[in-house]
Design a protein around this ligand. Structure first.
Ligand SMILES: [Zn+2]
Length: 152
């Protein structure tokens, strides 16, 4: 199985959607596509809060990694939230969408919550921001998985 971990990002901008960031990543970095597999919207640009968009990078399993360091998106599923969480908290609906998506991916691809990491835990970056507490995310994902298992 290719997927070893899940990497959580923020976009560092408070306005955007998949189309917007795809265009930005192509233009700004010269990448072939957006650098994320999943994008969790924040309500800007005609999206709804917590709405999840799936990129072509995920659907086509393209090997054009669209990152500076290719292993990050080769071994890791890239999940990004629209917003800048250095500056403010994550909206509760957006946070809940994150936890549910991470729990589903974790179960589907047998990636334990300990292997869900913030981008900044792998590389020297502030992404996904100090207001997104990754140890809390891991705990909440573990609890969500437990609830899903009990519901079966
Ligand atoms: Zn990042």
């Amino acid at each position: 199985m290719r997927w070893r971990f899940i990497v959580v990002h923020h976009t560092a901008g408070d306005s955007g959607n998949l189309e917007y960031y795809r265009a930005l990543h192509k233009k700004k970095h010269g990448w072939p596509d957006i650098a994320y597999h999943f994008l969790i919207n924040n309500g800007s640009m005609n999206t709804s809060i917590g709405q999840i968009e799936v990129s072509g990078l995920w659907e086509q399993r393209t090997l054009n990694y669209s990152t500076k360091i290719s292993y990050v998106n080769y071994l890791g599923i890239a999940v990004a939230l629209v917003g800048n969480f250095e500056n403010h908290d994550v909206h509760p609906l957006q946070y809940e969408a994150l936890i549910q998506l991470l729990a589903n991916l974790s179960m589907r691809y047998s990636i334990p919550p300990e292997r869900i990491v913030g981008h900044g835990e792998l590389q020297n970056t502030q992404c996904p921001g100090k207001h997104l507490d990754m140890s809390r995310v891991r705990k909440d994902v573990a609890a969500a998985i437990q609830r899903k298992r009990e519901a079966d």
